[in-house]
Write a protein that binds this ligand. Structure first.
Ligand code: MN
Length: 283
């Protein structure tokens, strides 16, 4: 299923160009969307057949008439993959000479959960003086508590997949600092549950700036695929329902500035756009 949060954080399922409102049909508190999502994921196995059978009886809206929200609004943590594609390592070395290592030496890093925004929102760049880049990534949300999970079992712990932009301040600071400013983590357009994605490690990722295609690559070229990222993370820390892991960006990165519109598309998931502005001009 495609699980969306929309309007005032109502729960919906997306099908046939419409959003079916599940808010009155399954346990859901719109004022606590993250907690509600975590509970929903825990009950998903029982709820999914009922949702499929009775979706048509729920109130619904055309997709274009709702405001989609970040599908994982407030995760406990966001773990992110650095230098997880060799072609991206090469371009970083060509432009900045700053990528001597890949994920195999670096491990994963943390992004602030407070940096999340949803589809159609605006990325506010904190200063006019620095360079900021887009990074298109495949991300997923943890569905159940995971510790010391082997890669071949990782899929059982992934609830679903979505697209993520890891907006990045370039420079010498630590990654967590440069990739945690408010609004720097747009996610969406919804969560596609794992049962609809037979092979997450073969999805095509594309990103456009102002309708110009900038990134066009496949998750199969990751050094650590989705399962390895989850397995390695779970060796170090317990992963909880609602945590996010994002799998890194392929080649084609480049700068963004005020006035840009950035669009991401992930195969079998969907697409969304965000706008870019300077924070100091924010109202
Ligand atoms: Mn990234």
């Amino acid at each position: 299923l495609k699980i969306a949060l929309f309007n005032d954080n109502r729960l919906g399922v997306v099908a046939d160009g419409r959003v079916y409102d599940l808010t009155g049909f399954v346990p859901w508190d719109s004022h606590r969307p993250q907690e509600s999502l975590e509970n929903f994921m825990g009950q998903y196995a029982e709820l999914a057949p009922q949702i499929e059978a009775r979706r048509e009886s729920c109130p619904s809206h055309p997709l274009h008439e709702v405001k989609l929200r970040a599908p994982v609004p407030k995760p406990g943590k966001i773990l992110a993959a650095p230098v997880n594609y060799l072609n991206h390592q090469s371009e970083m070395n060509a432009q900045f000479n700053n990528a001597p290592f890949t994920i195999e030496k670096l491990g994963l890093f943390l992004k602030a959960p407070s940096s999340i925004i949803g589809p159609g929102e605006t990325v506010y760049l904190p200063s006019k003086e620095r360079r900021y880049d887009y990074e298109a990534e495949l991300a997923f949300v943890i569905g159940k508590k995971a510790k010391n999970v082997p890669p071949e079992k990782a899929g059982e712990y992934i609830f679903g997949y979505f697209a993520l932009m890891d907006m990045t301040l370039r420079g010498g600071e630590d990654r967590s600092w440069r990739k945690s400013f408010d609004t720097c983590t747009p996610i969406g357009p919804w969560i596609v549950t794992g049962d609809e994605i037979p092979d997450p490690n073969a999805l095509q990722i594309r990103l456009w700036v102002n309708d110009e295609l900038k990134q066009d690559a496949n998750v199969r070229d990751t050094i650590w695929n989705c399962c390895t990222c989850l397995a390695k993370a779970s060796e170090i820390m317990t992963l909880y329902p609602g945590d996010i892991i994002t799998t890194g960006t392929p080649e084609g990165i480049g700068p963004i500035t005020k006035g840009d519109r950035v669009r991401i598309h992930v195969e079998s998931i969907g697409e969304f756009s965000v706008n870019v502005d300077f924070a100091e001009e924010q109202g």
